[in-house]
Design a protein around this ligand. Structure first.
Ligand code: CTP
Ligand code: MG
Length: 499
């Protein structure tokens, strides 16, 4: 899937255009056969044009002019701007039937109201929210844009999406996690009489990633059109370069040689493929967590969507009739080619979903949703850690508020960042969600019911914490790491919070 998607993306260009009618079809067709044209309406207003052959893109780029502003770097990329003349509107524009137009979608209050069960509401919401084929195309396009920029000096590099952009749990607005690999397989030519001279070897993989992303971050800032707010977060456990790509309106995180993250995405993809209820439940839980501010759009001491997904998987593994099996079971079914290493440790899980027997659990999605809230509202996070490998709890090994063992790096806790107040808020919100679903589960044409009630914004708020959270959110600060927040608190005479 990755390879065919990347191939489509590398045969595509994006043209900035207010409407598809401002782009001359004839002048595009002169470069070769066009497979498809997608117009992204809204903030983006772009036309993605996919040619049948890569040569057409090369041919087109040879004839494109640069802006002649001396203050701008004249870089070549597959992001173009259409210079149109008035006759384009009349006869040469792209035929409307040929263009697929996409815009923002929402599951409306009327649709919620008209559904005949909570499970039906969950299905409708999932269909509307999940990452569409058009959304995926933009993300693969972004990966190939970075590849284009780097391949002039790193000819074998690859940039692949992972996380929610490829694990089947993504939304249109999710960030794009990308992984840079410098050499995807051993490139050795038995005929060669020479080797490339390379730079000094880094001591370990993390140092290597830091050095590499340091340079790549600068390249993105200087050489990549439409990249903004580029920041290098090199001291993180997994070093990344963060930036916003304005034309595609995608928030990007680029990491380097992140095998664990990529394999984890494959594992989560497999979990979603095993049973259709997994993705429905995750969409609903993600929307609920967003609406009651259990999760936020940027990192901090609150749960992440990935942590919620891990909680959901554990919950589904531990039903009296499991919905999905333990990872230990997936390991037992693995073939020799399914084995891989993270930090020198061997891991494996089956990758062919056909080898798995479908679950005998036949609970409805809404029953599982209610049970999920009940299970975690009463879960003892103080005492227990969660193991997705064994599908069992174990005594918590440290003082973290929530401990979820990372199945591909067993020494790491997926929810290490979560503070005890955010863990308490998670449990409280689950209890409220449970009450809401228990009392408002019957379809009602006159009043809000089901998910409509579940997605209400929080009513009760702790004012001190809210001010702190809001200030952090407004400024993109992190409670734990930013000294600025403490300065700001002192300047405001922040009482209570400092104690
Ligand atoms: N990941 C991991 N261990 C963690 C955090 C993240 O292995 N402790 C991997 C997972 O594969 C995850 C990916 O990194 O899917 C990206 O992390 P993140 O962007 O936080 O989560 P997403 O699943 O992409 O969810 P979202 O849509 O909220 O970005
Ligand atoms: Mg992500």
């Amino acid at each position: 899937m990755l390879d065919s998607r990347k191939d489509e993306a590398s045969r595509s260009v994006i043209i900035r255009a207010h409407s598809p009618q401002t782009v001359s079809f004839n002048s595009l067709r002169a470069h070769g056969h066009i497979n498809r044209a997608i117009f992204y309406q809204g903030v983006k207003n772009n036309l993605l044009v996919e040619f049948e052959h890569k040569d057409s893109v090369r041919h087109l780029l040879e004839q494109v002019s640069y802006f002649s502003d001396p203050g701008q770097m004249p870089v070549q990329s597959r992001l173009l701007y259409a210079v149109h003349s008035s006759n384009v509107y009349q006869q040469h524009s792209l035929p409307p039937a040929f263009i697929h137009t996409v815009g923002t979608k929402n599951f409306t209050q009327q649709q919620y109201q008209a559904a005949d069960s909570i499970s039906a509401q969950m299905k409708g919401l999932h269909k509307m929210r999940s990452l569409s084929d058009d959304g995926s195309r933009l993300r693969y396009f972004m990966c190939t844009l970075i590849e284009d920029m780097l391949r002039t000096t790193l000819p074998h590099c690859r940039v692949d999406p992972f996380g929610s952009s490829s694990n089947g749990f993504g939304w249109e607005g999710s960030d794009l996690d990308m992984m840079l690999t410098l050499m995807h397989k051993k490139q050795q030519n038995p005929q060669a009489n020479f080797w490339f001279l390379t730079k000094r070897h880094a001591e370990d993989e993390r140092t290597f990633a830091q050095q590499c992303l340091d340079v790549v971050g600068d390249m993105i800032r200087v050489l990549m059109p439409s990249s903004h707010r580029v920041s290098k977060i090199l001291n993180a456990r997994v070093p990344i370069v963060k930036f916003h790509h304005d034309i595609t309106d995608i928030e990007c995180d680029l990491s380097c040689v992140n095998v664990s993250g990529a394999k984890m995405s494959e594992l989560m993809f497999l979990m979603g493929e095993m049973d259709s209820r997994v993705r429905l439940l995750m969409t609903t839980i993600k929307q609920w967590a967003k609406s009651c501010e259990v999760t936020r759009s940027h990192p901090g001491p609150w749960p992440s969507n990935f942590m919620l997904l891990s909680l959901l998987i554990f919950f589904l593994q531990t039903r009296s009739v499991p919905v999905i099996p333990s990872i230990r079971h997936l390991q037992a079914l693995a073939e020799p080619e399914d084995h891989f290493q993270v930090d020198g440790v061997d891991y494996a899980f089956v990758t062919d979903v056909q080898k798995l027997t479908p679950s005998k659990n036949n609970q409805k999605p809404e029953e599982l949703l209610l049970e999920f809230f009940h299970y975690y509202a009463h879960f003892d996070f103080e005492m227990n850690g969660l193991s997705l490998i064994e599908a069992a709890t174990f005594p918590k090994p440290d003082s973290a508020a929530v401990f979820i063992e990372n199945p591909l790096e067993v020494d790491h806790n997926i929810s290490k960042n979560v503070s005890s107040s955010c863990a308490d808020k998670l449990k409280d919100s689950m209890l409220q969600a449970l009450r809401c679903l228990e009392t408002k589960s019957v379809p009602n044409r006159d009043e809000p019911w089901g998910l409509m009630c579940l997605f209400q914004p929080p009513v009760e708020k702790d004012t001190e914490l809210t001010w702190l959270d809001k200030t952090c959110e407004d400024n993109g600060w992190n409670h734990k790491t930013s000294p600025i927040i403490w300065r700001e608190l002192i300047d405001r005479g922040g009482k209570g919070v400092l104690v």
